[in-house]
Design a binder for this molecule. Structure first.
Ligand code: SF4
Length: 425
């Protein structure tokens, strides 16, 4: 049987895009993977992310619905049917976008612009807000290698990397030994700020638990850094806030990783603005960076596509922050790219979808709830496992994805090209 070992390939399992994965193939199937975390294993061998023993079903073709029943159709016919659905739409929404290679992102962005569509990136609640701040206040980014080599203070704010980018802590941010952090975690002060104790609570120097009042803590830190006494600390113990402020004061290279946590309340925008101000303030004395901790493997790729286009106005006009803000109405057509968008809807939205007869076109590598129940299902190969593509790491570094397994289905970007041809736009 044909045996092959491929070394140092990229895992498209999350925004870390680990590039040290070794894979052994036998007869075209993956039989061994080294260096990968359990999420990555799921990605490479079609298992569920949080339950590796369970198979994650893949579609074997393209489908439409006739009188409610699912019917298999050839790709060209499926694209034609999808084009008919889109032509009849009063409003087109495109959801997902962050779990696909950059080729597909570029094509769907071009298509969406022609259709006047609204884009709803799955990581929008976190990254769209960051991008708006970057637009106004500039960037304070760095590579993950910089974090590994130089960061002596690391703060995970409303972000649990174990549940978003599992190997971030071992490869870069906490345990990793770098050029100026040779003793790994002993050379770093790490803080986690979260609502509940997490896996990292045990290994971080300090865990500050609070009750959703991120803004109060942020303001207390700023006051402490100014050498004054805060009037309030929110629900945080003053001693914990003082220790964090001291670490920020003394740190030579401070890395903040920010998750969705602080953005859930109404103060999300205010929090981010003041966070960016704090980072700018700390940068006057030391190096300080702020990275959004997005989970989906190519979140930054979609935002790069927008920025490359030079049409930042799309941020204001055509981006919806969160799919939960969507109020389904008659004539809506949703195109889901690499996402199981029905899974993220509220019960009220699902009911409205049914009563307003919203049509869904799904482009997916998996038999998700959305893919199985949609109007037209266009099934595609997996970027980085079955077909080559490009993705942007969570620090915006572009990396090449390599197809190592023979694809049974076309790439998502090929499907999108055919769809655009069928639409004749
Ligand atoms: S951390 Fe992410 S990219 Fe790295 S192996 Fe795990 S799933 Fe793959």
């Amino acid at each position: 049987m044909d045996e092959k070992i491929i070394t140092s390939i990229v895992c498209p399992g999350c925004g870390c895009l680990c590039d040290d994965i070794d894979v052994q193939l036998s007869g075209g199937s993956i039989v061994q993977i080294n260096n990968v975390c359990s999420w990555g294993i799921g990605r490479f061998v079609d298992r569920k992310k949080f339950a590796n023993k369970k198979e994650r079903k893949r579609p074997d073709g393209h489908y439409t619905r006739i009188n409610g029943a699912r019917k298999s159709v050839p790709l060209d016919e499926a694209c034609q049917l999808a084009a008919d659905v889109i032509r009849a739409a009063k409003r087109v929404l495109i959801y997902g976008l962050c779990q696909s290679g950059n080729r597909a992102q570029a094509r769907i962005y071009r298509l969406g612009k022609k259709l006047g569509a609204t884009f709803i990136p799955s990581e929008g609640p976190l990254v769209t807000m960051f991008l708006e701040q970057f637009k106004q206040n500039g960037l304070s980014l760095c590579t993950l290698e910089d974090v590994r080599n130089r960061a002596d203070v690391v703060v995970f704010w409303g972000a649990n990397p174990i549940h978003s980018c599992p190997r971030l802590v071992s490869r870069y941010a906490l345990f990793a030994r770098g050029r100026f952090t040779e003793r790994g975690e002993e050379d770093r002060k790490a803080f986690i700020i979260d609502l509940h104790p997490t896996e990292l609570t045990k290994v971080c120097n300090e865990a500050i638990l609070k009750d959703g009042d991120d803004l109060a803590l942020l303001r207390a830190l700023r006051t402490l850094l100014n050498g004054e006494k805060p009037e309030e600390y929110g629900t945080v113990k003053p001693k914990q806030a003082r220790e964090l402020a001291k670490a920020l004061e003394e740190g030579l290279y401070i890395a903040f990783f920010c998750g969705r946590g602080p953005f859930y309340g109404n103060d999300g925008k205010k929090f981010l603005k003041e966070m960016v101000d704090l980072v700018a303030y700390l940068n006057e004395k030391a190096n300080c960076v702020l990275l959004p901790l997005a989970t989906d493997f190519n979140t930054m790729g979609f935002y790069h596509t927008i920025l490359r286009d030079g049409d930042c106005d799309v941020l204001g006009k055509s981006l919806m922050y969160d799919v939960r803000d969507w109020k389904p109405r008659k004539g809506d057509v949703v195109i889901g790219l690499g996402s199981d968008f029905i899974w993220f809807l509220s019960d009220e939205q699902k009911v409205r979808m049914r009563t307003k007869d919203v049509k869904v076109i799904s482009i997916s590598s998996y038999e998700t709830l959305t893919h199985v129940n949609c109007t037209v299902a266009l099934s595609c190969a997996m970027a980085g496992i079955e077909v080559d593509d490009l993705a942007y790491r969570l620090d915006s570094l572009p990396v090449k994805l390599k197809g190592i397994r023979k694809p049974m289905l076309p790439a998502d970007w090929e499907i999108l090209e055919r769809l655009e041809t069928s639409l004749k736009i």
